[in-house]
Design a protein around this ligand. Structure first.
Ligand code: 9G3
Length: 568
């Protein structure tokens, strides 16, 4: 490609609205342009990277036995009404009407569509298993699009759906996709971790997120530095610590006046006791039932874990009115003592508390010297808190650390959630009707570009891994007035293109400095500079990733480049 005519608008300055390096560089390097908040055009250079990532995804999905199709972005509301998601989702689900005033959605995902295809086309166990995937634009009306294409309202996703006759089959399909994802992200040059994630709203059991480690990641990962354990904060389990030997004598409970002292900080200040002595009591409503969750003052309640204890669909904090109605207390003074008719669950760490502090369920009063098992009892001690750095690894007992991650992939065991709702059933070997057992598997293709840039850049610009680079070689004649430099650059351009490499020739009438800055910015792996030494048959080869440069003879260029491309 000749840069003189290439639609590649690079920018010298950082765009004002960009918050992360990948957003800045995607704009400055002419990969993409914002059309509206969360909505982007991919310019020719960006499209080349997209296509390279898609090629890797296709190769690995096909290798895993998945078959590509394309489904419509516009989906009839009826399907979403059948699965109940038409009402379950709010403003994030983009909806539209056609000319006959019929309701449609712009697809944020395609469980409904693919399951309706399976329902209509598959009747026998002989047709199972199969895995269908597409690479297609998705629409999600994010409340707050940010970080460029990382959280966009229109984005490109590879979404795959597996159909099996039973859960053993699903486990195999799931593993095949998991392994394909490891190959895909490895080939994209990413440092990533597959983390156990909570199934959340999507339902089904078992799900992993593929996280690219990056400070700007919106998700927090708890991982073990010694073993392969990694889980997102929602899911990370906290092991029950062995109870510390009681060093304190248990004192008898006392009610103390604590006027206007309602937060844990104020309380520990007012009574001059450490936060871990305070028992935080939080009243929730799980599918309409009141539940009281007890957590140590220095820990954080994990709502997903609380929800899972009750297998609840909806979990919300109780309102002040409900606190009054159910336990005749007020926020800031809630405690477990004397509470009846409400399920009480506590985190493991509460059980071994000695002489703790709780609300007295009376405005302006707390209890001190509270001892679990003496002054109150609970229905269940379980893991209810967020894991913290320094906690013990659930697998190997080494220490847990935190990292930020960008989610680029997500694999789910769906089970029969959608096939039951939409009637995607098959006749098994005994002629009995069974719902198909599904898995679904997503990769954020456009988000992966940003993740690759987050992990592959320096102060001068992007450093593309060879596997996804928009071009392999960037040729720069230093002085366009020097005939021999232009001629040799042209010659090399043709020769390299004939070997099947993707080559960009900077044939612009620009100063050398401008050309070198742009070359660093757009980050092509190998740069060939044709300068004054060309009279001695010498040109300069520079590796963008390492900065290493060497003078080589023009006629040994091809093999040098081919061997280099294998190693960098
Ligand atoms: C919606 C809206 C947003 C959504 C969903 C539905 C996320 C929704 C979860 C998934 C699960 C998997 C197949 C590919 C991999 C991910 N955001 N999810 O279902 F209506 Cl507005 O999309 N789908």
């Amino acid at each position: 490609m000749r840069q003189q005519h290439y639609f590649l608008p690079t920018l010298r300055e950082n765009p004002a609205e960009s918050e992360t390096i990948s957003h800045q560089l995607m704009i400055r390097a002419g990969l993409a342009r914002q059309l509206a908040s969360g909505i982007y055009s991919y310019l020719p250079l960006g499209l080349r990277v997209l296509q390279n990532i898609q090629r890797i995804v296709r190769e690995e999905m096909n290798r895993a036995g998945a078959q590509e199709l394309v489904m419509p972005a516009i989906q009839p509301a009826e399907l979403w009404q059948e699965t109940g998601r038409w009402d379950a989702y709010g403003p994030e689900l983009m909806r539209l009407k056609d000319r006959h005033d019929r309701n449609f959605v712009l697809g944020p995902t395609h469980e409904e569509v693919i399951t309706s295809i399976a329902r209509d086309e598959v009747r026998s166990y002989k047709k199972l298993p199969f895995n269908l995937y597409q690479i297609q634009t998705k629409y999600r009306d994010e409340r707050r699009p940010r970080f460029g294409v990382i959280r966009a309202r229109e984005f490109i996703m590879k979404d795959a759906y597996s159909f099996d006759k039973d859960s053993e089959g699903l486990d195999k399909s799931y593993q095949a996709m998991y392994d394909a994802y490891v190959r895909i992200f490895t080939r994209c040059g990413l440092h990533f971790r597959a983390v156990e994630a909570d199934a959340g709203a999507i339902g089904g059991k078992g799900t992993h997120e593929f996280m690219v480690l990056s400070e700007i990641g919106e998700d927090t990962i708890a991982y073990c530095s010694s073993c392969s354990y990694a889980a997102n904060l929602e899911k990370a389990e906290v092991v029950k610590q062995e109870v510390q030997p009681l060093e304190e004598r248990k004192l008898s409970i006392e009610k103390v006046s604590t006027p206007n002292v309602t937060t844990i900080e104020e309380l520990s200040e007012f009574l001059s006791v450490p936060r871990e002595k305070v028992i935080k009591s939080l009243l929730y409503v799980a599918d309409g039932q009141p539940v009281l969750a007890l957590i140590r003052g220095d820990h954080e309640l994990n709502e997903i874990k609380l929800k899972n204890v009750f297998d609840a669909n909806v979990l919300e904090m109780a309102t002040p009115e409900q606190v009054k109605e159910w336990i005749n207390s007020s926020i800031g003074y809630i405690g477990p003592i004397g509470v009846t008719g409400v399920k009480i669950v506590a985190d493991y760490a509460v059980e071994s508390l000695v002489n703790g502090i709780t609300g007295a369920n009376e405005e302006g009063y707390h209890y001190v010297n509270v001892n679990p098992g003496i002054d109150f009892s609970v229905h269940l001690y379980t893991d209810l808190r967020n894991i913290q750095e320094g906690d013990v690894c659930p697998h190997c007992s080494d220490i847990i650390q935190f990292a930020k991650g960008i989610e680029v992939g997500h694999v789910f065991k769906l089970g029969t959630k959608y096939s039951e709702k939409l009637g995607a059933v098959f006749l098994d070997e005994n002629g009995k009707e069974q719902p198909m057992v599904m898995g679904c598997y997503g990769i954020g293709i456009s988000r992966t570009i940003a993740a690759i840039i987050e992990q592959n850049h320096d102060e001068n610009g992007i450093i593309w891994p060879v596997s996804v680079a928009p071009f392999h070689v960037h040729i720069i004649p230093v002085n366009m007035k020097q005939k021999n430099q232009v001629l040799v650059a042209e010659e090399i351009y043709q020769k390299l293109k004939n070997t099947g490499l993707e080559v960009l020739l900077d044939d612009r009438q620009e100063r050398a400095g401008v050309k070198f800055n742009d070359a660093d910015l757009i980050g092509i792996p190998i740069r060939i500079t044709v300068g004054s030494k060309v009279d001695e048959g010498l040109i300069e080869l520079k590796v963008r990733k390492t900065g290493e440069s060497r003078e080589i003879k023009v006629d040994e260029l091809v093999e040098q480049i081919q061997s280099l491309l294998e190693t960098i």
